[in-house]
Design a protein around this ligand. Structure first.
Ligand code: ATP
Length: 498
């Protein structure tokens, strides 16, 4: 073998050795001691290697390094220093560590990044041990409203409901030490359930407003309380496939604001049944199986944030996952019912106050008369008809009354008065304006059978209510527009204001 051939052979041997050698191991530097380096190695191991000879490498905390696979000796810095690990949200900054949220769980990780604050996103190394890169806080997608002025007195006909809410939500906030003495923790969440348009959202805003007033002291008109309103279906639609992240971000945004100024934050989830349905019940899909645990983790993680209150609103409380309503989560269930006749009268009073009325009508008397009018049993909105048995019963106006409907009647009546004043200068809302408004509202209601809640069926039909409702949904029962029937009953229009 001549010299050239020997060189060729040596080169081939080198190449063979290279091809046979195992790949380098990559790792992330967690800590640099005087004698050793602590390194997290991909594959969930933390090792300590000698620091001798590493000075030249300019290794720092968080550096990506490569190691010799058998001895694990440091070879040098990796060319690829950007991490490819998970991106997580920072919950708490602790000296040189961070508490972060990953997949609904809290993790403590080391920190190698400067100027991290709560709510920032950071990327972790592949072993989830150290934060390597910071991504500044994204502007939240959630409308974080400064609370608007909604005093309790602007809500009518719900005296009992409001009393319970004040006891459950306000009292622990005002008398913190007394509640602590009895081992009672401030409420973390309440469920408001009841038919649509009866004031659940309004109550949510009123809680935010009144708590911020309390937090800001008696003189403050309103300290910077916040209200985040999200609709359940919106979480599913807008964040398809990423609804857990949406829930996480909502709570991160709330924690941020609460931490910034210590003021109360109300997270209001309307139509909560759309996202928090019972898991594995056949009525849920996989989506709920991941959203519910995320929600539970967020609720459980709120310990120590007594100024963040979750308010769920629904008219299908029966389908909510029981774990959501368990002790220490959304554990106060409060019904927001349709107004009684007296309640309706109070709501009319609220919306008519200050409006010009014709013939100087007395506000209290007029409100009470209008309430009596809409509670008239002759005002049938739906007949519930079984093709074999005939009419089973009727839904009257009074079965469908809501605060929203009363406000709409007042708005319609005001519009009539405005048009008349513009036409001929006559000022004030007349009795006829109210008659027309009530009829218009009746016609419009008749088109919305979905406004009937399960409770409404029970109220009208007692124990058979649910059965009839199901039959109706399956098309066995026929719902007819009641106006047709009214016409044949009384042969014409009825002056509803008398
Ligand atoms: P949904 O279930 O459809 O979301 P909701 O129960 O949340 O309805 P709100 O949105 O609070 O009902 O009510 C709609 C509007 O109706 C309110 O903004 C308010 O103007 C009026 N309203 C409802 N209930 C009351 C009430 N009890 N007192 C005064 N106004 C009311």
């Amino acid at each position: 073998m001549d010299a050239d051939e020997r060189v060729q052979m040596l080169l081939m041997q080198e190449e063979l050795k290279r091809l046979n050698s195992p790949p380098y191991v990559s790792g992330t530097v967690l800590d640099i001691g005087k004698k050793t380096l602590r390194i997290s190695v991909a594959g969930s191991r933390v090792i300590e290697i000698s620091a001798v000879g590493t000075e030249k490498c300019k290794v720092r905390k968080g550096s990506s390094v490569i190691l010799e696979p058998t001895s694990m000796a440091l070879i040098g810095l990796s060319e690829f220093d950007k991490s490819s690990g998970a991106v997580v949200t920072v919950e708490e900054v602790l000296d040189n560590r961070l508490r972060v949220q990953k997949g609904g769980e809290s993790l403590i990780v080391l920190n190698s990044v400067k100027d991290v604050s709560v709510g920032d996103e950071v990327s972790l190394d592949p072993c989830d041990v150290i934060a390597l890169e910071r991504f500044p806080k994204k502007k939240t997608k959630f409308a974080l409203e400064e609370v608007s002025e909604v005093p309790w007195r602007s809500i009518g006909g719900l005296e009992e409901t409001l009393r319970t809410i004040k006891q459950e939500v306000e009292d622990p906030f005002i008398h913190r030490s007394v509640f602590e003495r009895y081992g009672r923790k401030p409420v973390k969440g309440i469920l408001l359930y009841g038919p649509p348009g009866c004031g659940k959202t309004m109550i949510g805003r009123a809680i935010a407003y009144n708590l911020s007033k309390i937090a800001g002291g008696a003189k403050s008109k309103c300290a910077n309380g916040h209200f985040i309103k999200i609709n359940g279906p919106e979480i599913l639609d807008k964040w398809v496939g990423n609804s857990e992240a949406a829930i996480r971000k909502i709570y991160a945004a709330a924690r941020d604001v609460a931490a910034e100024n210590g003021s109360p934050v109300i997270i209001f989830i309307d139509e909560a049944e759309a996202v928090l349905k019972t898991r594995g019940s056949g009525i849920s899909t996989d989506v709920y199986d991941s959203i519910v645990p995320q929600f539970l983790a967020e609720m459980d993680g709120l310990n120590g944030h007594s100024n963040i209150i979750t308010v769920l609103a629904t008219n299908r409380e029966d389908v909510l996952d029981p774990a959501v309503l368990r002790d220490g989560r959304v554990d106060r269930r409060i019904k927001v019912p349709r107004p009684s006749r007296e309640g309706a009268s109070e709501i009319f009073r609220i919306y008519l106050k200050g409006k010009p009325l014709q013939e100087n009508a007395n506000l209290v008397k007029l409100s009470s008369r209008l309430a009596s009018n809409i509670y008239d049993d002759a005002l049938i909105v739906y007949n519930v008809v079984d093709p074999n048995q005939g009419v089973l019963g009727n839904f009257c106006y009074r079965h469908l009354v809501s605060g929203a409907m009363i406000k709409s009647i007042v708005d319609r009546a005001s519009n009539h008065a405005i048009q008349r004043e513009l036409r001929n200068g006559t000022r004030g809302i007349s009795v006829n304006d109210f008659d027309s408004a009530i009829k218009e509202e009746l016609v419009e209601q008749a088109g919305f059978t979905q406004a009937l809640a399960r409770d409404d069926w029970d109220n009208v039909f007692g124990v058979k209510g649910k059965q009839y409702q199901n039959a109706c949904l399956q098309g066995y029962l026929i719902l007819e527009n009641a106006l047709v029937i009214r016409a044949s009953h009384d042969g014409g229009t009825k002056n509803v204001s008398n």
